[in-house]
Write a protein that binds this ligand. Structure first.
Ligand code: SF4
Length: 225
């Protein structure tokens, strides 16, 4: 564990012992829960009514993602898939216009999601990653660095995806399968809050945790590379 920066992922205490979980709990010296100035700064941010309300609704949605609440500590069971949580959260926030950005490789799934959301009463503005058809060469990608050298390849263009949604005034943007880094640009330029429906992970069918769960077995080679 480094001794300068927060390292919650290496916290040596069980969840129920931790300071972030119980009053008078235990924590290492780098614990962010020990930093009262930081916590005051965060409280100040949450005092903004719009942020506070967004956070409140997110917490309500979190709670309602479980059935059996109030029936004992072990009773709550997860009950809602993320696609439904997105619909419910958007309704909580009174959003009517949603953005949907997607990878070309997920075009079929994006069409399904677009129909689902439209059927739920939302106006959906959707933008594919290749919109704009800007050649990869324009950002300095060499021919041999393309997926298929010798062919015309348009860059994935998360900036145009964000600009289209910003101009349309979407209130909440849903991301489906943008590449690592492309998703970062979209998040940087989107003016509306975003949520991720699909995190791209090509060989696992977009289930990144499959490789994480099997890092000691089938994906062990990743640790040696
Ligand atoms: S107790 Fe502190 S260091 Fe440990 S997980 Fe909680 S916030 Fe992080």
């Amino acid at each position: 564990m480094n001794d300068s920066y927060s390292s919650c992922a290496r916290c040596p205490f069980s969840t129920k012992e931790r300071l972030c979980f119980v009053g008078n709990g235990k924590s290492p010296s780098t614990c962010p829960t020990l930093d009262n100035d930081l916590i005051d700064d965060v409280r100040t941010e949450y005092s903004d009514p719009s942020i506070r309300e967004f956070a409140r609704q997110a917490s309500l949605q979190e709670g309602e993602g479980y059935s059996g609440r109030g029936q004992g500590i072990t009773a709550p069971k997860p009950s809602k898939p993320r696609i439904l949580e997105i619909v419910e959260f958007a309704r909580r926030m009174n959003y009517s216009k949603l953005g949907l950005v997607f990878c070309t490789g997920l075009s079929r799934e994006a069409a399904i999601v677009e129909s689902f959301l439209s059927d739920k009463g939302f106006l959906v503005v959707s933008v594919i990653c290749k919109a704009g058809r800007i050649p990869k060469e324009e950002i300095g990608v060499k021919d041999h660095e393309k997926i298929r050298p010798g062919t015309d390849e348009s860059m994935c263009n998360p900036m145009i995806q964000a600009f289209v949604l910003n101009r349309a005034g979407t209130e909440f943007n849903i991301m489906m399968g943008l590449c690592v880094g492309h998703d970062s640009i979209f998040l940087k330029y989107s003016e509306a809050y975003c949520t991720v429906l699909v995190a791209k992970d090509r060989p696992t069918g977009h289930n990144p945790l499959a490789a994480v769960y099997t890092l000691e077995s089938y994906y062990k080679h990743l640790k040696d590379e």
